[in-house]
Write a protein that binds this ligand. Structure first.
Ligand code: IPE
Ligand code: IPE
Ligand code: MG
Length: 249
């Protein structure tokens, strides 16, 4: 018989360290809804319970940073009705979960091109970010209107501005200098990237930061993703041999 999630977690703890930073491409809401002959927005709504699950699971497992890809810059090109439904859900999610996030000790950060959000969505995220800023148990990075190439372009512009003003010597630019201009400036790089729905691609997520992340791709569609799946990914992670280009003794 399969162990329950708590037994799995105990086994994970026994075996060793959990990843410090887990990033997730939450994919498959549309297909989940289509399989039920329901509109795509129904899938997005159902995906919210999976978000709650992984946040609780991450807190219980002692993960320090959880990064969730919620909406990409490319996703703005979807039909207006779907974009609108997603923005509404964001406002609803924040309104409903803010108390619990604050109570659990979650520090919410929102990363991306926030200037494009609807005023209601922008206000909602600003509020939860401010409210949870003192928390330190889990840093929750919500990537909204995010694209990794755009993030790198912004970092390049910032560095170019500093160099042009004479504040920065171009020869002094290092990997650390670049990292420090990204949205994720004070986060460690993800150790583990999970993508649901079986797609084997990065879709413009954290291109710089994922350089040495372990990839875990599951066919499970996002609304069906639970703690059990999260802990399964952690177990798999613990079996990986991270060599960083070197050889193991
Ligand atoms: C992921 O589910 C959520 C967002 C990208 C906003 P999708 O909406 O991409 O679902 P599929 O991939 O079409 O099934
Ligand atoms: C990636 O999923 C973006 C999010 C999960 C927010 P998409 O469904 O947009 O990516 P593609 O189109 O499959 O690459
Ligand atoms: Mg998708």
């Amino acid at each position: 018989m399969r162990a329950n999630p708590q037994d799995t977690l105990a086994r994970i703890r026994e075996r060793g360290a959990v990843p410090r930073h887990v990033a997730i491409i939450m994919d498959g809401n549309g297909r989940w809804a289509r399989g039920r002959l329901m509109p795509r927005a129904f899938g997005h709504r159902s995906g919210m319970s999976a978000v709650r699950e992984v946040i609780e699971g991450a807190v219980e497992a002692g993960i320090g940073y959880l990064s969730l890809f919620a909406f990409s810059r490319e996703n703005w090109e979807r039909p207006a009705s779907e974009v609108e439904a997603l923005m509404d859900l964001l406002v609803e999610y924040v309104g409903r979960e803010a108390d619990e996030l604050a109570e659990k000790g979650v520090q919410v950060r929102v990363l991306g091109d926030l200037a494009r959000l609807t005023p209601a969505a922008a206000a909602a995220v600003r509020e939860v970010v401010q409210r949870t800023a003192p928390n330190a148990r889990l840093v929750l990075n919500l990537f909204i209107s995010y694209g990794a190439r755009d993030e790198i372009v912004r970092a390049a512009r910032a560095l170019a501005r500093e160099a042009a003003s004479g504040a920065l010597d171009p020869e002094a630019i290092t990997e650390e200098t670049v990292s420090a201009r990204l949205y994720t400036a004070d986060c460690p790089d993800p150790d583990l990237l999970i993508r649901t729905s079986g797609e084997q691609r990065i879709s413009n997520f954290l291109l710089w930061q994922l350089a040495y992340a372990e990839l875990f791709i599951t066919p499970v569609l996002w609304p069906d993703f639970t703690r059990k799946e999260l802990y399964g990914a952690l177990e798999e992670f613990q079996k990986r041999d991270r060599r960083y280009g070197r050889v193991t003794a």
